[in-house]
Design a protein around this ligand. Structure first.
Ligand code: NAP
Length: 290
C-alpha cells in the first residue's frame, strides 16, 4: 500500500494507472501534473487524481511512488524537473514505449538516486490518447516489461513487480537493449509499415475511392495507423537504430516477393506465403497458451 502517487503526465497511460491503483486500494492519494493545466484539471474532475500540482516537482513532493507517463522525448526534462526531491526510498517508474533512451536520460540526471528508478513498458494501450480514455482495466492481463539496470535497487524492483502483479499484469524482465530490439520488430516496424501503407493509398488520385472499398482485412491491418502522431514520432526517433535494422530486413522480405512476382515464379511465391502463414499460426498458438 502506498500513501501518495505523484503522477506526471495525466493522459491515457498515467490516468489508467492512477485509476487502477485507486480501485485496487493500493494508494491513498494521487497528486497529478500535466503539461497543460486544462489536462490536470480534467483529470481531477474525472476523479483520476485528487490534487492538481502546478509543477512536476510539486507532484513528487510527499510521494512514495512516482509514475512518469509522458512522451519518451520528455523523459529527460521530467527527470531534471524532479531530481531534487527524488530519494532512493521512493519507487519511481515510467511507462515509455522505448527503454534505452529513457534509461540513458535517467542515468545522466538521477545519478545517486538512480537506484529508485524501475523502467517499465506496459504492453497495453489504445490508438486514442488523453485522460478521457483512461481505463482502470487497461493493464489487467497485459504484459508489463521491466528493464532494470545494474544500479536498480533490488528492493525497488521487487516493489514494482509486486505492484504490477497486484494490478493484474504479467511481469517480465529484460534488458533495455533486448527490449528495444524486440519491440522494433514487433511494434515499431508494424506501425511504420501501417503509416506508409495508409499514406501510399490515400496519396493516390483514386485513393479515396479505393479506401471506400476496403474490407475487414484492411481494417485489421491499418488499425495502428490511427495512432497518436507525436507519440509515434518520438518512438520512431528514439529507437531509430534498431528500427532501421528491422526495416532493412523487411525490405529484403518485400524484395523477395517482388522478385518472385516479376519472374512469375509461383512456387517461390507460394513458399514465401506458406512460411509467413506457418509463422503466424505458430505465434497465435503460443499466444493462446499464455
Ligand atoms: P497521452 O494520453 O497523450 O498522455 C501523455 C500526457 O503527458 C499528457 O497528459 C500530456 O499533457 C503529458 N505531457 C506531455 N509532455 C509533458 C511534460 N513535458 N511534462 C508533463 N506532462 C507532459 O499519451 P499516453 O498514451 O498516455 O502515452 C504516455 C507514455 O506511454 C508515452 O511515453 C508512450 O510511449 C507510452 N505508452 C503508450 C502506449 C499507448 O498505446 N498509448 C502504450 C505503451 C506505452 P497535455 O495533455 O498537457 O499535453
Amino acid at each position: 500500500m502506498f500513501e501518495q502517487l505523484g503522477l506526471i503526465g495525466c493522459g491515457l497511460m498515467g490516468g489508467s494507472f492512477a485509476l487502477a491503483m485507486k480501485r485496487a486500494g493500493l494508494v491513498k492519494r494521487v497528486v497529478g501534473y500535466s503539461k497543460s493545466p486544462s489536462t490536470t484539471e480534467r483529470a481531477r474532475q474525472m476523479g483520476v487524481i485528487d490534487v492538481e500540482a502546478p509543477s512536476a516537482l510539486l507532484a513528487v513532493s510527499g510521494a512514495d511512488i512516482v509514475l512518469l507517463a509522458v512522451p519518451v522525448a520528455a523523459s529527460e526534462a521530467t527527470f531534471k524537473a524532479i531530481r531534487h526531491l527524488v530519494t532512493n526510498e521512493m519507487l519511481v517508474m515510467d511507462v515509455g514505449s522505448t527503454k534505452r533512451d529513457v534509461v540513458d536520460s535517467a542515468r545522466r540526471v538521477l545519478r545517486d538516486q538512480l537506484g529508485c528508478f524501475v523502467p517499465c513498458h506496459p504492453i497495453a494501450g489504445k490508438e486514442v490518447s488523453g485522460v478521457e480514455h483512461a481505463d482502470p482495466d487497461l493493464y489487467a492481463g497485459r504484459q508489463v516489461i521491466l528493464t532494470p539496470i545494474e544500479r536498480t535497487l533490488v528492493a525497488q524492483l521487487g516493489r514494482a513487480t509486486q505492484l504490477w502483479d497486484a494490478l493484474g499484469a504479467k511481469v517480465k524482465q529484460m534488458s533495455p537493449e533486448a527490449h528495444d530490439a524486440a519491440f522494433a520488430a514487433v511494434s515499431h516496424l508494424p506501425h511504420l509499415v501501417a503509416f506508409a501503407l495508409m499514406n501510399g493509398i490515400a496519396g493516390q488520385a483514386q485513393g479515396r475511392e479505393f479506401l471506400s472499398l476496403a474490407g475487414p482485412g484492411f481494417r485489421d491491418f491499418s488499425r495502428i495507423a490511427a495512432s497518436d502522431p507525436k507519440m509515434w514520432r518520438d518512438i520512431l526517433l528514439a529507437n531509430r537504430q534498431e528500427l532501421l535494422a528491422q526495416l532493412e530486413i523487411f525490405e529484403h522480405g518485400v524484395a523477395d516477393i517482388r522478385r518472385a512476382m516479376i519472374d512469375g515464379d509461383a512456387d517461390t511465391l507460394e513458399t514465401l506465403i506458406d512460411r509467413a502463414s506457418a509463422a503466424r499460426a505458430h505465434w497465435r498458438m503460443t499466444q493462446a497458451r499464455k
